[in-house]
Design a protein around this ligand. Structure first.
Ligand code: PEP
Ligand code: MN
Length: 338
């Protein structure tokens, strides 16, 4: 951390800052400049943050130089991590496809979507049993019955299951069935929920908040990791912008920026990012080309009848075609499919 003094700061102002830092167990190095003095702090940044340095006389500003996240940062963990969901490994050396229905609606619908996901080369099945809907009147998911259907889909396809948990009180029983727990965009800063999933021994798929910066998203992952669970897959799913042609704006540069900062795998959800089935395949290809660790795709046997997010769902035939395309592109890029 660095303390920048005002141009009119007195010598005693500088001494006061140094004294406060030393009292807090740190050290301070003073560099007098032509116009202003800068003080470099060495020691525990978190302890310095609790000091009222910015309000001391003569202080212009206090600048944090290091990263606020530690456990998820590449700084201390330069090698990219592979997160295991069941038998599937999601990491930087391969490209993974996660696919399935947005919501589990019926046994028949979920099984049809799950079979299509498997045929498309997906290694993880997605499907929501608890749906965080914008409207309280919209389909909220089948809850426990949805989890049972997902378990049946896993039984039949052999694919491990990732499903969303929206309430800290549900974490335990969802974790009994799911192979990975999804935290949705609306809950990215639900810190009680993040801590709860951090305490269970199941991988977490953490979606980026719809108005969250990359740093806020990484700090959300830090909450999970801080509880002892570092099995986290980050998922870019589009952010809210002024654009209305798409449901959200896919932030591929944010995805790469996150990969540079964290050792955790980062995948892209082009379905929720665009909200349009005609844009899913192009954005999935773009995600692969940009270096994402995988994609997550919504599939529905009859999108026009879907109870949730039909306009962005691919049909079984479409997702199979996309799987084949991604396999060919991954090969060309020297990055095998998982
Ligand atoms: C989902 O993946 O089912 C979902 C609700 O996505 P998001 O949280 O990104 O809106
Ligand atoms: Mn959805």
């Amino acid at each position: 951390m660095v303390v920048v003094m005002r141009t009119d700061a007195a010598e005693t102002d500088v001494e006061r800052v140094v004294e406060r830092v030393r009292e807090a167990g740190g050290d301070a190095f003073v560099s007098p400049g032509k116009f202003r003095t800068i003080i470099g702090l060495v020691g525990d940044t978190e302890a310095f943050l609790s000091l009222p340095l910015a309000t001391l006389p003569g202080v212009e500003q206090v600048v944090r130089v290091g990263k606020p996240y530690k456990l998820v940062a590449r700084e201390l963990h330069p090698t990219p991590s592979t997160v295991h969901i069941g038998e599937a490994g999601i990491g930087r050396s391969t490209f993974s496809v996660i696919a399935g229905p947005c919501a589990v609606e019926t046994r028949e619908q979920a099984l049809a979507a799950a079979r299509a996901a498997a045929r498309a080369g997906a290694t993880v099945l997605r499907g929501g049993a608890y749906k965080p809907r914008t409207s309280p009147y919209a389909f909220q998911g089948l809850a426990r019955q949805g989890l049972e259907i997902l378990a049946e889909c896993r039984e039949e396809t052999g694919l491990p299951v990732v499903t969303e948990v929206v309430d800290a009180a549900d974490v335990e029983h969802v974790a009994e069935v799911a192979d990975a727990l999804q935290i949705g965009t609306r809950n990215m800063q639900n810190f009680a929920l993040l801590k709860e999933v951090g305490r269970v021994h199941k991988p977490v798929l953490l979606k980026r908040g719809l108005s969250a910066t990359v740093e806020e998203w990484l700090m959300a992952a830090e909450y999970v990791a801080q509880q002892g669970n570092s099995e986290i897959v980050m998922c870019e799913r589009g952010i809210r912008t002024f654009e209305t042609a798409t449901r959200n704006t896919l932030d591929l540069s944010g995805m790469v920026a996150a990969q540079i900062e964290t050792h955790l795998p980062v995948v892209v959800d082009p379905s929720h990012a665009t909200g349009r089935h005609d844009l899913v395949a192009p954005m999935a290809r773009a995600a692969l080309a940009a270096g994402a660790d995988g994609v997550m795709i919504d599939v529905h046997p009859r999108p026009s009848e879907a109870l949730c997010d039909g306009p962005q769902a691919l049909t079984p035939d479409e997702v199979e075609a996309l799987g084949a395309e991604l396999t060919a592109l991954a090969r060309a890029l020297g990055r095998p499919m998982a």
